[in-house]
Write a protein that binds this ligand. Structure first.
Ligand code: GDP
Ligand code: MG
Length: 340
C-alpha cells in the first residue's frame, strides 16, 4: 500500500474533522442565503479566519484582496464573494510553497524541501540521511520520531534513532518503546550524557551499519535562544566530523492545539536555527487547523508532516491540496450552505 492511499485520506479527513466542522459552521453562519455584501459581512469573514488561526497577516491580505474584488467587479451578493474566499484560502495554502522567492527563514528565501528518502530509492538521497528533530517539551517530538521511523521502515529503509534528549530520565525509555514499536534500532547513552556525543554515536553507527535514515531526538528544554543555538551548533559540528553535509533536515515540531503560540515558537526557532521543515502535531485535537495557513504564509517554511493522532500510523506527509480538501471540503462550504 502506498502512502497516499484512500485509507490515509479518510484518516486525514477524520483527523481534521473538528477543524472542518467548526469552519463550515462559522462560514454557514456568515454566508446565509441572499445576504448582501456590507461592512458587517466583511468583519464577520475576518473574524472567522482569525478564529480558525489563519493568522493576522494572512487574514488581512485575504480581506484586502476581497475588498478589491468587490470594488472592481461591482459585487453585491455575499454568494459572489464566497467563491473568491474559497479560491483565496486555497491559494494561501498552496502557493507559498510553490514560490521560490518570498520571505521566511530570515534569508529571504523559502526553505527548499530536501528530497525525502521516504519517497525515493537508494542512491537518490544522501546516506545516511540525518534528520534532527527539535521543538519545545510536549509538542510531540518523540512520538513523531516513532511514527517517522515506522513509515521509513515500511518503505524498506533501515533506520537508526538517536536518543539525544538526555536531560529527562524517562526520555530514553519512552523512545525505546517507540523504537520497538517501529522495529528499528536505537542508540543511547546514560541519562545526562552530552547530546552531541549521542548524535555522534548514532551517525557513526549508521555509517557502520549502512543505515538509510538517522532520526535524532533532542531535548525540549533549551529555553533561551543562546542555549538552543549553542546546542544545535555543537551537535552539528560534532556530527560533521563523520559526515560533512549533516544534518540534511532540521524539523521543528509544533503542537497545533497551541494555535498562535505555535506560530510564535516557529518564529523564535527559525531565527536561531536553520529549520528546513515543520511537523504539525495534534491536528486531530484542535478546531484550529487554519494554523497551517498562518505557518506557511508567515514563515515560508514548508510543513513536512502532520500528526493526526497518537498511534504509530497517525503521521502523514503534508499535501496542501489534500489538506485543503479535508479541512474546507471538496466544494468547500458550497453544499453545506444550501442544506442549512
Ligand atoms: P515531546 O516532549 O516533544 O517528545 O512530546 P511527546 O512525543 O512525548 O508527546 C507528548 C504528548 O503528545 C503525548 O501524549 C503524545 O501521545 C501526544 N501526541 C503527539 N503527537 C500527537 C498527535 O498527532 N495527536 C495527538 N492527539 N496526540 C499527539
Ligand atoms: Mg520527547
Amino acid at each position: 500500500m502506498g502512502f497516499f492511499d484512500k485509507f490515509k485520506l479518510s484518516k486525514l479527513r477524520e483527523g481534521l474533522q473538528k477543524s472542518h466542522e467548526e469552519f463550515v459552521r462559522k462560514i454557514n453562519r456568515v454566508f446565509y442565503q441572499s445576504r448582501k455584501i456590507d461592512d458587517e459581512l466583511m468583519a464577520e469573514i475576518e473574524e472567522t479566519l482569525l478564529l480558525s488561526d489563519v493568522g493576522v497577516a494572512t487574514t488581512e491580505r485575504i480581506i484586502a484582496h476581497l475588498e478589491h474584488e468587490i470594488q472592481f467587479k461591482q459585487w453585491s451578493e455575499a454568494s459572489q464573494l464566497r467563491d473568491e474566499l474559497r479560491a483565496q484560502i486555497g491559494e494561501a495554502l498552496i502557493n507559498p510553497l510553490l514560490k521560490k522567492e518570498g520571505i521566511g527563514g530570515g534569508n529571504g528565501h523559502i526553505a527548499q524541501l530536501p528530497p525525502d528518502p521516504l519517497l525515493l530509492k537508494d542512491g537518490e538521497y544522501p546516506k545516511p540521511y540525518v534528520v534532527l528533530i527539535v521543538g519545545v517539551n510536549g509538542v510531540g517530538k518523540t512520538t513523531t520520531i516513532g511514527k517517522m521511523a515506522y513509515n521509513y521502515r515500511n518503505a524498506g529503509k533501515r533506520v537508526i534513532i538517536g536518543a539525544a534528549d538526555t536531560f529527562r530520565a524517562a526520555a530514553n525509555q519512552q523512545l525505546e518503546v517507540w523504537a520497538k514499536r517501529a522495529g528499528v534500532e536505537i542508540v543511547q547513552q546514560h541519562h545526562g550524557a552530552d547530546p552531541s556525543a549521542v548524535a555522534y554515536d548514532t551517525v557513526q553507527s549508521a555509517i557502520t551499519k549502512d543505515a538509510d535514515v538517522v532520526l535524532i531526538d533532542t531535548a525540549g528544554r533549551l529555553h533561551t535562544k543562546q542555549n538552543l543555538m549553542a546546542e544545535l551548533e555543537k551537535m552539528t559540528r560534532v556530527m560533521r566530523k563523520l559526515k560533512a553535509d549533516v544534518p540534511h533536515e532540521v524539523l521543528l515540531v509544533l503542537d497545533a492545539t497551541t494555535g498562535q503560540n505555535a506560530l510564535q515558537q516557529a518564529r523564535e526557532f527559525t531565527k536561531v536555527a536553520s529549520i528546513t521543515g515543520l511537523v504539525l502535531t495534534k491536528l486531530d485535537g484542535t478546531a484550529k487547523g487554519g494554523i497551517v495557513i498562518a505557518l506557511t504564509n508567515e514563515l515560508r517554511v514548508p510543513v513536512r508532516y502532520i500528526g493526526v493522532g497518537e498511534k504509530i500510523e497517525d503521521l502523514q506527509p503534508f499535501d496542501p491540496a489534500e489538506f485543503a480538501k479535508a479541512m474546507f471540503g471538496d466544494m468547500m462550504f458550497q453544499e453545506e450552505v444550501t442544506s442549512q
